[in-house]
Ligand binder design. Structure first.
Ligand code: SF4
Ligand code: SF4
Length: 381
């Protein structure tokens, strides 16, 4: 049986040449970029640009990693390359500007607009029968994900599988949380995106990850790796093992494996390590011994799918929930306007001079408010 290959390249900083060498080495170890795309294709490179923010915040894929991928494509002779994501707010171009990535530094690639939506029907979808994608998704022949290793309040982690949710246009993403309100349905929908768009390759920025209150308000954590694979589930499985999280608790892994987009079975994954110019096979245990972070701050609880879980959701008790740190809140209202629930589950009930308050009976625990808060004032307990 052919195994899914995942290549880890040691990379201790965001020095552009070091990152380029690590990404290039990992892609070469998989057979070279020509194995995944051809020069005449329209290629969309999809980084994680959650919203416009500086690279040191660690909220987005680091610009050095984005540039490395674009440089490799340029060297292959690819001339129809766009790079883009649909941020939760702000434009793709603003997000790229915040990262110091104007179009003239992108090796001939153009910044995708990502603001015009196209309805794509998908009757074969398990959870989703259609998507409102950005039109660049429909125009692309080939898709390359360039994700960031981060913890995630709703889905535990955001890596290769979750990254593609940014193909869904603008506020449609927030509304998706109402349509797919629990982790299992949301994971199935994400897997449907992969089945439909068939990304060719995934590059994970794990040089400095985010732990804790991710995906936007956590803390940076040195991991020192670039991870590359064509299998999004395998790459997320490696991510999970590196942070001492059972990969089977990541629902995008389990549903992804069921749907056939990849494997989270370690016996079906071949790991290679690139370090000091050499390449060696490595086991999961050896990988963890060398690079694993046992105390990485990530949710390791099993999602409640039984009757107690259902009850806790209905009553609002026991389940994790967002709350606002009053000392950090500037009452900007972003959390209120981005809450996808009809009538909003977080409102200025006590007036705009006071911090917003939650109605936990209405709240579907999508954590869009926590993700969007520019002051990182929303925590999860
Ligand atoms: S988004 Fe954050 S800062 Fe703005 S009102 Fe909500 S909690 Fe306060
Ligand atoms: S209050 Fe926050 S977590 Fe609850 S539904 Fe609204 S955005 Fe989602």
């Amino acid at each position: 049986m052919k195994k899914s290959e995942v290549v880890l390249a040691v990379c201790d900083s965001y020095d552009e040449e070091k990152v380029y060498a690590a990404v290039r080495g990992a892609v070469e170890a998989l057979g070279g970029i020509g194995r995944f795309v051809s020069a005449e294709e329209n290629i969309l490179v999809k980084p994680n640009l959650l919203y416009p923010s500086k690279e040191e915040k660690c909220i987005t894929t680091n610009p050095a990693v984005i540039k490395a991928v674009l440089r490799i494509l340029s060297e292959e002779g690819c001339t129809n390359v766009k790079v883009g994501d649909s941020p939760a707010y702000g434009s793709c171009r603003q997000a790229m500007n915040q990262l110091g990535l104007p179009e003239d530094q992108l090796y001939g690639a153009r910044i995708a607009d990502m603001s015009h939506e196209v309805l794509v029907q998908y009757p074969e979808g398990k959870a989703a029968k259609s998507f409102w994608f950005c039109e660049e998704v429909v125009q692309a022949d080939a898709l390359i994900g360039v994700c960031k290793m981060k913890s995630h309040a709703f889905m535990k982690i955001t890596g290769a599988v979750k990254n593609l949710y940014g193909l869904v246009c603008g506020m449609r993403k927030a509304r998706g949380h109402v349509v797919y309100p629990n982790e299992a349905k949301f994971a199935q929908m994400l897997v449907d995106i992969h089945r439909l768009t068939k990304p060719r390759l995934h590059v994970m920025d794990a040089v400095i990850a985010m732990e804790g209150n991710g995906p936007s308000s956590g803390s940076p954590r040195d991991m020192g790796l670039i991870i590359v694979s064509a299998d999004p589930v395998a790459i997320d499985t490696v991510f999970a093992r590196l942070v001492n999280l059972n990969p089977g608790l990541v629902l995008t892994n389990t549903h992804g494996m069921i749907a056939g987009i990849g494997t989270c079975n370690e016996s079906e994954i071949a790991l290679k390590l690139i370090d000091n110019g050499g390449i060696t096979d490595i086991s999961f245990d050896e990988m963890f011994a060398r690079f694993g972070k046992e105390d990485f701050d990530v949710c390791r609880k099993k999602d409640k799918v039984n009757i107690l879980g259902l009850l806790s959701r209905i009553t609002g008790r026991f389940s994790k929930r967002p709350y606002i740190d009053a000392d950090m809140c500037v009452k900007c209202g972003m959390c209120v306007s981005h809450c996808p629930v009809e009538g909003h589950a977080v409102t200025f009930k006590n007036g705009k001079d006071n911090i917003p308050v939650y109605d936990y009976r209405k709240c579907i625990r999508c954590f869009c408010c926590q993700e969007i808060c520019p002051q990182h004032a929303i925590k999860v307990k």
